[in-house]
Design a protein around this ligand. Structure first.
Ligand SMILES: NC(=O)c1ccc[n+]([C@@H]2O[C@H](COP(=O)([O-])OP(=O)(O)OC[C@H]3O[C@@H](n4cnc5c(N)ncnc54)[C@H](OP(=O)(O)O)[C@@H]3O)[C@@H](O)[C@H]2O)c1
Length: 233
């Protein structure tokens, strides 16, 4: 049976690698991102997750015609600095995209999953959901929040056959770093590849209904970071 999966962040990085692998494995994929001009072989819905009203409207419309067996939330972005360096708008947007959007989508998917007594929700957290450090106040606020949400949701949904997982990667070699002043160093052991997260997602999706992967942590074997002082970053 084809399993239908909704994935956010499919235009790039982890979400894109996951969409491509799941397609290869025979899943049917619907993607969500702002950019839709990539040449992937799945339907992408253009949606800005910074806008709560649009999320609600778009998801309600989608769920009228399509049912899903799983949801992967891979959309998100980094923002690092001391808290006073961010404007009110930047803070609201980062929390909205990295945290609130996940709650808003889950809010609409969970009733359908309860009805069918099954469903898998996999959220991409971060090592910043586990340990907060210098310049990470805003990003970790969102990612710690996402982790708390997942823990509670897992408990709330377990008796209805719904499995909730959170994947917390260390540095992943993706366009995530394009707008940041740092990036993983160049050796393979300095970063996880998006395809490796995709394999993990595939493994979790295919796992036995009677178990749940709670929080899954993975990091590059050797942590090494390149810093840049590029003016555009
Ligand atoms: N890369 C890392 O080292 C790393 C480590 C741990 C956790 N993570 C987390 O992993 C997730 C995926 O990151 P990635 O490495 O794959 O980064 P990426 O390559 O930059 O991909 C981010 C994805 O999120 C989407 N997105 C961003 N803002 C959006 C918005 N306002 N509305 C809709 N979609 C939006 C982007 O699509 P559009 O731009 O087309 O909208 C893109 O598809 C994020 O939650 C990130 O926090 C990343």
């Amino acid at each position: 049976m084809t399993r239908r999966i909704l994935i956010t962040g499919t235009s790039s990085g982890i979400g894109q690698a996951t969409a491509r692998l799941l397609l290869e494995k025979g899943y049917s994929v619907t993607g969500i991102s702002r950019k839709t001009e990539h040449d992937d072989k799945f339907k992408t819905i253009q949606l800005d997750l910074a806008n709560s009203h649009d999320i609600d409207k778009c998801l309600k419309q989608l769920l009228k015609t399509t049912s899903f067996d799983g949801f992967i939330h891979a959309a998100g972005y980094g923002g690092f600095g001391s808290i006073e360096q961010f404007s009110v708008t930047q803070i609201e947007r980062a929390i909205q995209v990295n945290l609130t959007s996940a709650l808003l989508i889950a809010r609409l998917l969970v009733p359908a999953f309860r009805k069918q007594q099954s469903g898998r929700l996999i959220f991409i957290g971060s090592e910043s959901a586990l340990n907060a450090g210098r310049k990470g106040a805003l990003y970790s606020a969102a990612k710690f929040g996402l982790r708390g949400f997942c823990q509670a949701l897992r408990e709330d949904c377990a008796s209805d056959g719904i499995q909730v997982s959170l994947i917390n990667p260390g540095m992943v070699r993706s366009p995530f770093f394009d707008k940041l002043r740092f990036a993983p160093a160049d050796q393979p052991e300095n970063a996880i590849e998006p395809a490796q997260i995709a394999e993990l997602v595939d493994y979790i999706l295919a796992s036995n209904d009677n178990i749940v992967f709670d929080d899954v942590q993975l990091t590059p074997r050797i942590k090494s970071i390149n810093f840049s002082s590029h003016k555009n970053k």
